[in-house]
Design a protein around this ligand. Structure first.
Ligand code: SF4
Ligand code: SF4
Ligand code: FES
Length: 228
């Protein structure tokens, strides 16, 4: 099967966005990540018109839906490239549109800077002063494990209306970090943390559930089930 991959790229010298398309062949188990790797590994990368193209910038690490690095817009929806099969995401013309996540600073092509997530998580941890009070409640290992699965891929922030306002609300990620920390501290600290979570997550979240629908590992859905 032949697919057309259309990539939104940015010309840094002349400061404008443009689209460049590439043709790839793919069987039913080929993912968007496989296609991008294959394109970048060609001896000479030619675009659909046969012109030599620059290598495509994007991020990939585990290639197993475990790190979140490959999050991007695939036909306008935030998804992981390594778990998006060409056959499933292509439109009727066998075309797939790729673009960088819009809610983060663009580095190049499909690569964005998501340090706002790591910095936000660091702020929560240092605010709670947990470094010398680390503690794991043994009865909560399973829930803690679920919380640890968050990839910090940013797909949920891409669709969160509150994050879009000023990029200060970490949405589902904030909830997951609080939940995880809450399971790791003694009860007296846990109460304080619940208050923080109320102020910084529950009182700001409008409950639209867009983060539930988009999470590539259905994390929040599972967390809610576990919390009932
Ligand atoms: S909650 Fe889901 S969508 Fe949000 S960062 Fe974690 S893994 Fe990604
Ligand atoms: S439910 Fe809606 S507002 Fe709340 S964190 Fe998720 S996307 Fe954001
Ligand atoms: S490369 Fe790690 S989730 Fe896709």
């Amino acid at each position: 099967m032949e697919y057309k991959i259309v990539i939104k790229r940015f010309n840094q010298q002349e400061n404008f966005f443009y689209e460049e398309s590439f043709i790839v062949q793919g069987k039913k188990d080929k993912t968007v990540a496989d296609a991008l790797n294959e394109l970048n590994n060609r001896e000479i990368l030619l675009n659909e018109q046969g012109k030599e193209a620059e290598l495509i910038s994007w991020e990939c690490s585990c290639n197993q839906k475990k790190c979140g690095a490959c999050a991007m817009l695939i036909n306008g929806r935030p998804k992981l490239a390594c778990s998006s099969f060409l056959v499933k995401v292509a439109d009727k013309e066998n075309t797939i549109h790729l673009a960088p996540l819009k809610s983060f600073e663009l580095v190049k092509d499909l690569k964005v800077n998501r340090s706002v997530i790591q910095e936000g998580i660091k702020r929560i941890i240092s605010k709670e002063g947990l470094s010398d009070k680390y503690y794991v409640r043994e009865d909560m290992h399973d829930l803690r494990y679920q919380a640890s699965r968050c990839l910090t891929c940013g797909c949920c922030l891409e669709v969160c209306p509150i994050y879009q306002k000023d990029h200060s609300f970490l949405g589902a990620i904030k909830y997951i970090v609080y939940l995880k920390m809450n399971l790791e501290v003694p009860n007296e600290l846990s109460e304080n943390m619940e208050k923080q979570c109320l102020d910084e997550y529950y009182n700001k979240c409008i409950g639209c559930k867009r983060c539930n629908e988009i999470c590539p590992i259905s994390l929040r859905v599972k967390m809610q089930v576990l919390l009932k």
